[in-house]
Design a binder for this molecule. Structure first.
Ligand code: ZN
Length: 120
């Protein structure tokens, strides 16, 4: 049983991702997708995450080759995480840190990432 503060849940509560611990840092990225969705990244290996819910997926069509799929709750549409398009287990997955309760990430360093400047 993990601490309740380490469960990231969508707006309707049907999608829940349980983190093994607080992330070492939270990534704020200024790329078009993160800007428009408000996604903030907390990264963990896939085998350390417990993911519950039903998801739709979105692969941005402007990255070539595409390498990740954004996942969103099928019911409320909130972006919950992204997964690589390769077969699991994944060394790194991105969980939307915005889904944690307010205050949980207080004191966790923020890493600003200039994704907008990267080649798509
Ligand atoms: Zn939901």
């Amino acid at each position: 049983m993990s601490e309740p503060g380490l469960v990231a849940s969508c707006h309707c509560g049907r999608a829940r991702i349980t983190l093994p611990r607080l992330p070492d840092q939270v990534t704020h990225c200024n790329c078009s997708l993160c800007t428009k969705t408000g996604f903030q990244g907390a990264y963990f290996p896939s085998d350390e995450l417990t993911i519950e819910g039903e998801f739709d997926s979105y692969v941005r069509s402007d990255s070539n080759p595409a390498y990740i799929a954004q996942q969103r709750c099928r019911h409320c549409g909130i972006i919950t995480h992204w997964v690589p398009l390769t077969d699991p287990p994944h060394e790194r997955m991105g969980v939307n840190a915005r889904l944690l309760e307010p205050g949980v990430l207080d004191g966790v360093p923020v890493k600003e990432v200039d994704g907008r400047s990267w080649p798509a």
